[in-house]
Design a protein around this ligand. Sequence first.
Ligand SMILES: [Zn+2]
Length: 239
Amino acid sequence: MKEKNSEINRYLLEILDQQGSKAERRELIGEVYDFLALLDGVKLVFLHGRGHAPVQWVEPIKTFACSLKLFVIEGFYWDATPYDEFPNWYQEHCRNQLLPFRAWYICKEAELAAAIKNINTRAGRLSMAEEAYLLGYPECCVRAHYERACLYHRGTLSILRRLAKGNQNKMEALAIGNAHLIPITQQEIEDFDFAFKIHPPIVGSWNMCDACSSGAKPFSDNLVKKYLSVIEKAGMADY
Ligand SMILES: [Zn+2]
């Protein structure tokens, strides 16, 4: 292991090393990079503990962030999906599915902490521009993420409609019962294919839009370079 150039890096790696083999190590290393990117000012807010992060990872990182006098705010999952194009019952269903989950939003500035608390009062609803700004992701890529989400929802609704023969009550019951959704029509197959076609960058926790992925837009490349410089400075390039 390379010699670490600061106590912070050493401590983060210690927590990482304490994780069981079952922990999604790649995901956790990604969180370490995000944490360092926050400390270095590459991103304004570090999103911690979303997804399947184990509690023995989530808790020590929160404690460590508090010891660095950072703001650590528990909140709803952020969601900027433009639900307007979907029926009301489906919008409600999607929001209800996210409601029980919590993540931790970590930042350095009181002003940002206030913005995070404000999003909490909206149960995690925010605009795509707001999400891109706060998490430090390229806005084009955040928009592409939600375009994929919309195609997933369109495909889902089409399958539910087909299975329930258009009966809305049955569609709702199938959705709530987490019916197994198999795309069959050409449109459903295309929607799902597109929804799951992601381009992760070599480092960083966002997914790139097509233009960033093909190099037609420079925004993801620029951000990757910033991440690589943070990782290099921290002596974690080989980790
Ligand atoms: Zn992009």
